[in-house]
Design a protein around this ligand. Sequence first.
Ligand code: C2O
Ligand code: CU
Length: 653
Amino acid sequence: MFLWVHYTDMVMALLAVPAAVAVWAGVRPSVSPGSGPSRMWRLLFGLLLGGAALRIVAALLLLPNGWDFAGPRLVFVAPALVVVAAVYGVWVRPMLGPPGGEWRVARWPGDYWAMTVAVGAVLVAGAAQLTGVGSAAVTGVGVLGIAAVRSVWRRTRWSRRLAGRWWRVAAKGLLGATVAAAVLAAMSTASRLPARSSMTGGPADIGGGSMISHSHHGGVGVTTLTGTDTEGVPVRRFTLTAQAATIELDSGQQVEAWTFNGMTPGPQLRVRQDDLVEVTLVNRLPNVGVTLHWHGVDVPNAMDGVAGVTQDAVAPGGRFVYRFRATQIGTYWYHSHEMSSVQVRRGLFGALVVLPAEVPGQGDAVDETVLRHSWVDEDGVATLGVTTGVQRRQVPAGRQVRLRLVNTDGKPATFTLTGAPVRVVAIDGTDVHEPSVLDGVRILVGGGARYDVAFTMPDQPVVLHAGGPTIVYSPGGNAGPGREGPVPALLDPARYGTPAATPFGAASHVDRRFTLRVDERLGFYDGRPTMRYTLNNRSFPDVPMLMVSPGDLVEVTYVNRSGQHHPMHLHGHHMLVLDRNGRPASGSPWWVDTLDVGPGETYRAAFRADNPGIWMDHCHNLEHAASGMILHLGYAGITTPFRTGRSTVNHPE
Ligand code: C2O
Ligand code: CU
């Protein structure tokens, strides 16, 4: 429903632009008596009226989603509808005259300015939705400016000399095209990113919408934030070497991949809780830098691996040593955070699993990590490992099986498990409290998110569909997917499991409140035309940093007014989901590091600011991030010596 209304509204707003421009260009003041508005002109004017009315209906239909959805539309479209209707009643209708009678010619200046205001109101309302509130203001001023120029022009001798119809059409066309080209060029130039920027130089939001200017002088540098418990001899040491490799998929397709240690996914790092882990990253890629980010692990800030924020990208031939204590059990993953949208897609990722220190009597349990990855692009072929088709596994009946489902893409992926009673035992690394047994399960795993499922192997096959690729587990090891019966119900993580004590909750005193409203805007980013997903109408690096102090309880409300899913990933912290679309989460405490906010949805989540540093908070649809859907969480007094931008080696997105 939301999608349908949202995109109908977008299309109406878009169609109104050429209609408004044509109506405006078609107003011919007092030059040729008897030639009233053409049939076409009247039709277009009607379209403006009908379009505005439809957009009001759309806004009203979005009222159940909240004022954030309906309000901004009503504020701009309602005045446009009133103005267009008034202009129709007062100017257009009389011009048409009695049925079958003579038309009255549009008069200057009254009629002309009335049309201008109507057209301007429609264009402003369209711009507010399509390109943002800022551009709406520019549009309004632009329309009035052009009308003023035109009214001056018509007093000149030249305008009478060039009064012929074709001259006028050609002149208007040329003028329109020039203005449009100039506006686009200006927008493109204005969207260029600074050659060098600091995450701690710009405006900061200290909660509740108050802004301060954040200084990047003095303070504690991020490189000193290496953790308090990370000295000593590491228990687990790994080396991950970024290198190019040609990967052959089972479909026969060859992929020029970037890998860790020549493998895809990269080696799975399995450690025990409280192990001191040391990972040496070595870069053997030609010409590109890399980093390692521990997605979902709340490591000390200096180990977070974000190029230009917590370190410089590791140059070809270079290395970097990451060190952290694995305090949280669960399923995580690692990936490069330099040119992430390109590097993750090309294969620079792998799984990190933190097992409990002791796992009594689980010696022969099956524990498999299933990373779903799309090569090339999201709509391209998806794989588990290098397999696009069916994989078969032999598992004796009676065995405990745990599958750790990871979505390395940006769009949500549907995993369906059938054939056994199953429990969803963990989400984003955190155990679910008292997960009930389900008769098969379907899970929408958002980009970057992880869901762990567990079952006891039955006599018959268990099938895991991962939206394309499939794994069949069977005692014999050679069963096919076959017929699996009815599609299981979709898991609702807000209602699954049972409540348990949490360190804070919906009733706790909140120290800082932030709201992030996501919009879908046509425009430019870094000089290129693109669809931008803005955060509070801005894009990286202009989104104000969220400023907190150690110990704060921070509440963030995500409002997704766009038609896409946005898996919002906060580094260094886990958020407790409080409510979704105004309904409190009522199942097990639902902790996330990557919260998939669907089209039209509103989530309220909270976290304790207990890990000082400068932390990225971004959409894990990495293409969205690459077109600016990034902001940072900063702790007062902490600064970074690193810089991002063209003139640096760092391009974290
Ligand atoms: Cu998985 Cu900022 O990333
Ligand atoms: Cu997004």
